[in-house]
Design a protein around this ligand. Sequence first.
Ligand SMILES: Nc1nc2c(c(=O)[nH]1)N[C@H]1C(S)=C(S)[C@@H](COP(=O)(O)OP(=O)(O)OC[C@H]3O[C@@H](n4cnc5c(=O)[nH]c(N)nc54)[C@H](O)[C@@H]3O)O[C@H]1N2
Ligand SMILES: Nc1nc2c(c(=O)[nH]1)N[C@H]1C(S)=C(S)[C@@H](COP(=O)(O)OP(=O)(O)OC[C@H]3O[C@@H](n4cnc5c(=O)[nH]c(N)nc54)[C@H](O)[C@@H]3O)O[C@H]1N2
Ligand SMILES: [Mo]
Length: 748
Amino acid sequence: MAGSSDGSAAGGMGAAVSALRFAVERVGPVGALDLLRHVNQAEGFDCPGCAWPDPRPRTSLEFCENGAKHVAHEATRKRVTPAFFTEWTLKRLLDQSDAWLEAQGRLTEPMLRRAGSDRYEPIAWQDAFAHIARHLRALDTPEQAVFYASGRTSNEAAFLWQLFVRELGTNNLPDCSNLCHESTSIALKEAIGVGKGTVGLEDFGKADAIFVIGQNPGTNHPRMFTTLLEAKRRGCKVVSINPLRERALLRFSHPKDPLSMLRGGTSITDLYVQVRVGGDVALLKALLKELLEMEGRAPGSVVDWSFVRRHTEGFEALCDDVSASSWGDLLQASGASRDDVRAMARLYAEARRVIVCWCMGLTQHPNAVANVQQIVNLVLLRGNIGVPGAGVCPVRGHSNVQGDRTMGITSRPAPAFLERLGREFGFEPPRRPGLDAVDAIRAMSDGRVRAFLSMGGNFAVATPDAELTHAALRRCALTVQISTTLNRSHLVCGEEALLLPCLGRTERDEQALGLQTVSVENSMSVVHPSRGSREPASVHLHSEPAIVAGLARAVLGRDSRVPWEELVEDYDRIRERIAAVVPGCQDMNRRLRQPGGFVLPSGARTRSFDTPSGKALFTIHPVPPDPLQDGQFLLMTIRSHDQFNTTVYSSDDRYRGVRGDRRVILLNGDDLAEAGLREGQRVDVTSHHEGQTRTVRGFGLRAYDLPRRCAAAYFPEANPLVPVERVAERSQTPAYKNLVVSLAPSGA
Ligand SMILES: Nc1nc2c(c(=O)[nH]1)N[C@H]1C(S)=C(S)[C@@H](COP(=O)(O)OP(=O)(O)OC[C@H]3O[C@@H](n4cnc5c(=O)[nH]c(N)nc54)[C@H](O)[C@@H]3O)O[C@H]1N2
Ligand SMILES: Nc1nc2c(c(=O)[nH]1)N[C@H]1C(S)=C(S)[C@@H](COP(=O)(O)OP(=O)(O)OC[C@H]3O[C@@H](n4cnc5c(=O)[nH]c(N)nc54)[C@H](O)[C@@H]3O)O[C@H]1N2
Ligand SMILES: [Mo]
């Protein structure tokens, strides 16, 4: 069967060789070694690959295959110069693949596409800012502009970005979190009073069991395996809940551990439950039911009554709901067997301390908020929160996506935050909630928004409903992209478009008062420094903070209450302001210089829940009805092993055994046979949503070890299938992992 796991370990030499080859191709042999030496070292830069924390003390080479690739991609020797844009019209560039665009290398100078022209031409920085200022000043209201941010942006740049936007007068600050962990933030804030995880890396050293739900860390957070392997060595149990049998979760060998490689790796997962796509609420409800039945048989054996009575509310209602659900319904909807559930319950109840980790497999469904709150139900039941070795651990994607939120990048800021921001800078921030990512697409699409500015990211490709989003961006009078490398969002642009090239994480950032350091916050709320060491890709590049300051000065003029130039001369000055505005960041400059930085405070870590009642909430969630009709499949869109979000490095997905093609769709072999389809055949995939259909053509069929009636395809090739209206309740995150699709042979 193509693509099912072949039993050999993930990681190991394969990972080391793949990373080294990739780096040498881009930066040469000497450059490759130098680069890899500096990633995630105390004096070096934070790896832009993911938000998993660094171990302390740091190892001499905190190696990770995919981190190394992301760094090498930024450090490439290739350049996109003005000469490149003379040669390439927009029309011709649009015909190239996303992978080709990214492979052209680093942007070197600011560029302008004038209205009606089919080319970008160079423009001086000051003229670029003046140009943007003219556009923004011509709007009827600042609400006609949106300011997207992706999660690689440093705390300092993010803080200035939201300050500029709010001084301009809008909260239109959509971000990649809207597409990512928004469901987590909303679910956790309501249930435990804080929208972030409650564990630190040290807790993984004390846990008796770790649940990994809807996450593929072998590809997306390889450094997590250092932690998982250590936990396994201590005898900690790992439960994986995933429709797809991900190879690294089965066996992994650390590229730095020759012994483990010789042994063929370490088996990671003790219990693998192949839940149906979208079946997690049912599965976790089944688990709760089993646990409560165990408690009924031996009172006091499962429930932590003293915690439940003292710190929670809603437990009785949860028990009533769970006992009213039938085993038949729960097993059917989850796809799990009763034995799976019994084994999970036994393992959970036998473990004294449990950590539950999750990622996009839970957050990108219509009932994503419910998914996350079911995890909270599970941990509260046994008091697995706010004590060493236990808690909830949403694993973030972009390396500073959590920090950007802490810095105020959100369309729905807390009133207290705005209060402090206004007081610090002496202006009245807007109170009206702004547009999130999906609302921004709608507003551009119907002409309410006329200008789109983007701090990093690739909005045209990462968002749902490619056709609608492209039309929406094209309707804008102005689009501006602050970026490192070329991508489709630079081509699918407004009437006038600007590219503002910036320094990357790995590069030296020299300002008037010397070499600068930025800060980032990892998935576990640790704020730490990051300092680039490489020569910038071009002498014309500006840092992100300097670009925001230049933009703000040009747009807001002398009326601005913010001393933009002064702040950018020395980032310590930005941090002094952050310290005054952002809770938990007091004395930021001193604390950032402590080894390892500092941890942001969170009540839930000490069982002090910042909810209206001061208690953590058990919440009740219905099992969603089966959305499929005969002949339909529930499709998840996932990352391959060789991409970073919209940046595709190659068409191979090594661990899943898929090679040379990303336009594929993975299906259970029995489903293929039943539908009269065969492996390798090309099909058109149509998504169905409230009477609308969307189709992508010519996807190759692969049989894969997936539950019946589930399917998988790659992000972003499948994004044209995602209806903009199919979003998670309450968080409005696109249901990228929950698309109802049907298949038809291509050309039929
Ligand atoms: N190399 C690399 N690293 C990255 C990224 C990258 O693209 N490349 N992206 C970064 C970003 S922004 C993010 S958010 C993270 C993403 O990290 P992940 O969330 O690990 O990434 P996905 O590929 O979206 O995979 C989701 C996993 O969820 C499973 N899944 C899908 N549907 C369901 C479901 O209904 N239930 C359950 N239980 N599981 C399900 C899939 O089988 C898959 O294993 O990674 C970050 N790190
Ligand atoms: N179908 C489907 N769609 C998805 C997802 C999915 O699972 N399935 N996942 C969603 C998720 S979790 C996320 S987070 C979003 C990601 O959405 P985005 O964050 O918008 O997209 P990225 O692909 O990470 O952005 C890549 C671009 O960022 C720029 N860049 C890189 N480094 C820097 C830097 O240091 N500074 C600046 N200014 N620019 C930089 C480069 O120009 C590069 O082309 O996609 C979402 N879309
Ligand atoms: Mo993400």
